[in-house]
Design a protein around this ligand. Structure first.
Ligand SMILES: Nc1ncnc2c1ncn2[C@@H]1O[C@H](COP(=O)(O)OP(=O)(O)OP(=O)(O)O)[C@@H](O)[C@H]1O
Ligand SMILES: [Mg+2]
Ligand SMILES: [Mg+2]
Length: 461
């Protein structure tokens, strides 16, 4: 008996009936052994004594709103080398695939990264005996129009009315803000973008109000997510406080944000909680530059502008002479600075732990460009996956707690003395961390609000 092998192109639409995925575009790659699907929120669980895994798939490229919840028994766990060189265990499931008019069983690795923008990679094992590739073609076994795809993925109407959540920020096009809005809508909530500049307040003890451009009274919000940029701290926190006094739950209170924006106050709170930080000095008088330098152990040392962000205003002075000139220059500009011992052993790396509601939900390591010591992504740093040590996680959780932040980006640096805390951010960015970890961090922020307000999705058991 001869087996009919179908001719397929370099990309094809696949269907996974058992996963309820009607169409997902795959890159056909006979160079890869196994097949992989881009999965989010991967969570193992037990069902009738069998190990299962639950995960989400966004089957359409460049679309994170269309999301399919999947479940499958775990077939295997395999070590996979990631591009950053570290190896990680990935779940493998076995499920039926349909391409064209054939269907058969394939093994599928749950990967937490996009493979070249495709949400699925079809490897040679899955093709064996079934498909022959003609790399010049695409969709040789069938294609979908945009309309057909939209029909296959009709948005599920949430049967229960969601909450109304405001995102208090400045730029609706920023990745983080877009993702928070998307994640809230995905979970059935009404999300409203509130431009800080367009809000104004009625200061009335008995009946405080926030109004929005055009005169609309904002009186029906269940929660607010403040995402205040440093230059808007003062007004943004005033607004947040106003929402709090109206009884609206704010994911990060005005008090905690204000505190975290004051680097000195933050450091004081941190060492009160016995969290180790690099030896740091601060002075206001121009006279004791020498002693200030000695205090932190001499050069090389780091000088930081208190107002700086994204690595701007952080200077490495290699020699005592250089340190003196920088400190004196900053002082003559009347800029507030702090001096800090330089942690050379960190090798231009730091760790960002994203804390939500007392848990480290995602972590990345940031590594500076060659010849640079600042690991900030804005300074050309690159992000990679990392598992922080138990100690580092503890520090991150403790730091967020001591600052009273429900959402925090905690930066830690590895020194010869052990992990040291660098700083705590109250509006940590989502792009780097979601991109590197594949985690739905924005969704976890929304879940923290649901939990606080005891709001239950119909989908949750
Ligand atoms: N004491 C230090 N020793 C070695 N490297 C440091 C030290 N302090 C900071 N760095 C490096 O410089 C980077 C920037 O420093 P820091 O996080 O303090 O300021 P910032 O990034 O400008 O502030 P923000 O994160 O609020 O935008 C850090 O991520 C770290 O890689
Ligand atoms: Mg930083
Ligand atoms: Mg900071």
């Amino acid at each position: 008996m001869t087996i009919e092998k179908n001719l397929c192109g370099a990309e094809e639409w696949c269907k996974f009936p058992q996963l309820a995925i009607p169409a997902i575009k795959a890159r056909v790659d006979s160079g890869a052994k196994t097949s992989a699907i881009h999965a989010l929120n991967i969570q193992p669980f037990q069902r009738d004594g069998v190990s299962w895994v639950r995960f989400d798939v966004c089957p359409l490229q460049d679309n994170r709103k269309t999301l399919v919840n999947c479940e499958a028994p775990i077939f295997d766990r395999r070590s996979v080398k990631s591009s950053s060189g570290s190896s990680e265990k990935r779940y493998v499931i076995k499920t039926s695939i349909a391409i064209g008019d054939q269907s058969w069983d394939v093994e599928l690795t749950l990967a937490n990264r996009d493979a070249m923008g495709y949400r699925m990679l079809l490897g040679r094992e899955a093709m064996s005996g079934k498909l022959i590739v003609d790399p010049d073609q695409s969709f040789a076994l069938g294609n979908y129009s945009q309309e057909q795809l939209s029909e296959l993925y009709v948005p599920r109407k949430s049967p229960k009315k969601g909450m109304k959540i405001g995102v208090l920020a400045s730029n609706p096009n920023l990745y983080s803000n877009r993702r928070i809005i998307e994640a809230g809508e995905e979970r059935g909530h009404e999300m409203v973008f509130l431009n800080i500049k367009h809000c104004y307040m009625k200061m009335d003890a008995g009946n405080p109000e926030v109004h929005y451009r055009g005169g609309k009274v904002l009186n029906d919000l269940n929660a607010v997510i403040p995402r205040i940029r440093p230059s808007m701290t003062f007004y943004g926190c005033a607004l947040t406080r106003q929402f709090e006094s109206m009884g609206v739950f704010c994911l990060n209170t005005a008090e905690a944000i204000t505190q975290s924006r004051d680097k000195l106050h933050s450091l004081q709170l941190l060492f009160e909680s016995k969290i180790d930080i690099p030896i740091t000095g601060f002075a206001n008088s121009p006279l004791e530059t020498d002693d200030l330098i000695d205090m932190v152990g001499g050069a090389p040392l780091i000088i930081k502008l208190l107002e700086g962000t994204q690595g701007r205003g952080v200077v490495l002075a290699e020699t005592k002479k250089a340190a003196e000139s920088v400190i004196n220059a900053f002082k003559s500009l009347k800029a507030d600075i702090l001096v800090q011992e330089f942690i050379k052993e960190a090798n231009g790396k730091d760790i960002r732990c994203f804390v939500v509601d007392g848990k480290v939900v995602a972590s990345i390591q940031r590594e500076a460009e060659p010849g640079e010591f600042r690991a900030n992504i804005h300074q050309g740093g690159t992000a990679s996956l990392i598992s922080p040590t138990a100690d580092e996680k503890k520090i991150a959780i403790k730091a967020a707690k001591s600052m009273g932040l429900q959402v925090a980006g905690v930066d830690i640096i590895r020194s010869a003395k052990g992990p040291l805390l660098l700083e705590v951010n109250s509006s940590p960015g989502l792009e780097g961390i979601e991109g590197a970890t594949g985690k739905d961090v924005a969704g976890l922020m929304i879940q923290a609000i649901e939990k606080k307000l005891k709001w239950k999705t119909d989908a949750s058991e």
